[in-house]
Design a protein around this ligand. Structure first.
Ligand SMILES: Nc1ncnc2c1ncn2[C@@H]1O[C@H](COP(=O)(O)OP(=O)(O)OP(=O)(O)O)[C@@H](O)[C@H]1O
Ligand SMILES: [Mg+2]
Length: 314
């Protein structure tokens, strides 16, 4: 599809992201002495930064293309949750976040001194069943107005009802994308495309001894789960798309690698945008691959905007 036509179409596209939203907190400081209490450095923090993580980062990647996006997730009733909401608001992401009073908002805090990460501290716990039932109700109401549904599974328990959710979406003819986690992919049955990385795939199909062996195993999985396609992201080897009649490979376009974290969120986010805009799967994957190649060249969980992404096409 030609770029101006895509731009035009994207104005009316709406994408729904469902999954485990997280907040990334960075504490930057200096470490110039060892603690008298234990053999650990003392970091004097002089800067705090918050970024959207997990499903919220997928939504951010979509919002950066100027595309309408809604995030359905859960959070705790805490300051971290407020911070998450305010970041969503500032980035034009429609927040449909349900509060679970017993939950701590998932937050990953990195302590960084002299450009070196010293420790990461995580807070997380699983949402309550009643709250997840509420999520399912809210989902049913949001589905109608959405063109593409993205499930961002980070294994934090927010997607208890994913099988039902996928069924509802496919019944109304929506395109469904899943970034999977865990050892049981049965719950993703009927999705349009899933986007595992190598480790996530290995957890489900086991190791492979050759490219032919990999092909056979992935095609069996795709067939069993009734998926249109499996998009395997292969880090420095780019990505491979497995469809019923076809397997295609997309080498990475990355020039320099600074930080690969969040590349998977970019892949599924851009894939959703392109498919939502009515592009064919091959063009959509090419574009998602290009976007991932750009973000790995940036520091931190980075995103790419529409003009950067299509700079070469203008
Ligand atoms: N080291 C790398 N060199 C070149 N390209 C890379 C590299 N790492 C990631 N990419 C690009 O990013 C895409 C997604 O990366 P990867 O397969 O590591 O996904 P992921 O493990 O889900 O990422 P995440 O860190 O977000 O979980 C790759 O398909 C590729 O296009
Ligand atoms: Mg990933």
């Amino acid at each position: 599809m030609e770029i101006n036509e895509l731009k035009q179409r994207l104005k009316t596209v709406r994408i729904l992201v469902v999954g485990d939203a997280m907040l990334d907190r960075y504490w930057f400081g200096t470490a110039d002495r060892i603690s008298p209490e234990a053999p650990v450095p003392v970091v004097r923090v002089n800067q705090t930064e918050y970024r959207l993580g997990g499903a919220a980062n997928v939504a951010l990647n979509i919002a950066k293309q100027g595309v309408g996006v809604t995030l359905l997730s859960v959070r705790g009733e805490d300051q971290e949750g407020d911070e998450l909401e305010s970041l969503l608001h500032n980035n034009n992401i429609d927040s449909q976040i349900i509060i679970d009073k017993k939950l701590s908002t998932t937050i990953k805090t990195r302590v960084i001194a002299q450009h070196q990460q010293l420790v990461r501290i995580d807070f997380e716990n699983s949402p309550a069943h009643e709250v997840l039932d509420q999520t399912l109700e809210r989902y049913a109401a949001l589905l109608e107005d959405s063109d593409v549904i993205v499930f961002s599974d980070y294994g934090k328990g927010g997607l208890e009802h994913i099988t039902r959710m996928i069924l509802l979406a496919t019944k109304s003819g929506k395109c469904v994308l899943v970034d999977p986690k865990g050892t049981d992919f049965e719950k993703y049955r009927g999705a349009s495309y899933i986007t595992p990385n190598k480790a996530e795939l290995r957890n489900v199909i086991g190791s492979w001894s050759s490219e032919d062996d990999l092909n056979d195993k992935v095609q069996l999985l795709r067939d069993n789960l009734d998926l249109d396609g499996v998009l395997l992201t292969r880090s420095e080897e780019g990505m491979s798309l497995y469809q019923a009649e076809n397997i295609s490979h997309f080498p990475t376009s990355a020039q320099e690698i600074y930080d690969v974290s969040g590349a998977g969120d970019t892949v599924i986010g851009i894939l959703a945008v392109m498919l939502g805009g009515g592009c064919e799967i091959d063009q959509s994957v090419t574009c998602a691959n290009r976007a991932a190649g750009i973000v790995v060249g940036k520091l931190g969980t980075a995103t790419v905007n529409f003009s950067e992404l299509f700079a070469q096409d203008d």
